[in-house]
Write a protein that binds this ligand. Sequence first.
Ligand SMILES: [Fe+2]
Length: 389
Amino acid sequence: MLAIVKGPYLQWPTQSTMTIMWETSEPATSRVEVFRAERIHSGHQGNYKEPQQLLTSASSDNEMAVHQLTVSNLEPGTAYFYKVYSSSKHGQTTSEMYPFKTAGGKLESFSFTVTSETGGYSWFDTTEGEINRRVFRQMQRYRPDFVLFVGDIVDDGARYEDWDRYFFRPGKELLATTPCYSCLGNHENNGSWYYDFFAFHPPKNYYSFNYGDAHFVCLDSTAFIPPDTYPHSPCSIGPGNAQYDFLVRDLQHASSAKWKIVFFHYPPYVSGGYQVEELRALCPVFEKYGVDVVFNSHTIVYERSQPLHAGRVDYDQGIVYIVAGGAGAMPEWLLPKREWHTAQSVAVPHFIQVVVAADRMEFRMLDDEGRLFDMYHIHKDADGKKIHL
Ligand SMILES: [Fe+2]
């Protein structure tokens, strides 16, 4: 019997397109139908009625197990509903109907959440992933426009079962309605499933995208610091390295974006032994091209740095480095002592909600029950001068 075994889930939102992926139990054809979302102006059962009007569709007769279709000609910042279908010689299968929203224009505010380590430590205690599921549920309550995962979303990325167990099954409801981006952590093990299950732009282990007036860059820190040489490798971060050259070129081209956000797994700044200081070789590039915030993971705690520039605390020009080891974090985790760059450090299961609106970026740090435990704002005036609050 043909069945959908992962998803459907959303990828790579733009102002006019959405990419939809799912996996079936065997190779099958692919079809996605998109419906116009019609608002209800009365009643209390939600804001949209069951959609009736088919707007557009995409399909492929090539039989695949991992399906990827992009629907286009959509309106910016607009809600739609979608449903996927597959068929093979063993039958047909259909998903439920789910909503999605296209990206808004440059002037529109948006919100995203950040977490990581869904394949991490919390699975190996007695809760068997309950923290993981709570973090996914809480993120959904905040209805983010998309989610950033900062690596280690599985325990072993080369093991097929892990992707369902740690990521797609606990994240099913969120990922069906909310596009996600992810980077390679050491636990992804550079497994081929990462490349199969995500629709990031090639080479997929590093890429960039725009959303609203923000530019996001995903890097693969495990390519800079191969896991078998971690934590101290002869580091190849510099001109001539393909990923380094990509970063420089990419940030040069993104100079008009108001906000610049970079995310990768190993933290250049975090208190304790999981800090990878070799990665500070990237910081002069971030500083030169006006990066505002860097998200990392790997250490399964929450930690926010002071604004840092040229290796010093600098409230005028500094970049904030945030470690969001969220879904793997445990309250019992023994924190090392604070370092000179540490602004806040808490061992707690968590995610970060970010709201980007005009001249301000707001960060709310929330635990797995939705309780606020840290908050941060960056204001930026027309000249690019920042105020950290
Ligand atoms: Fe890690």
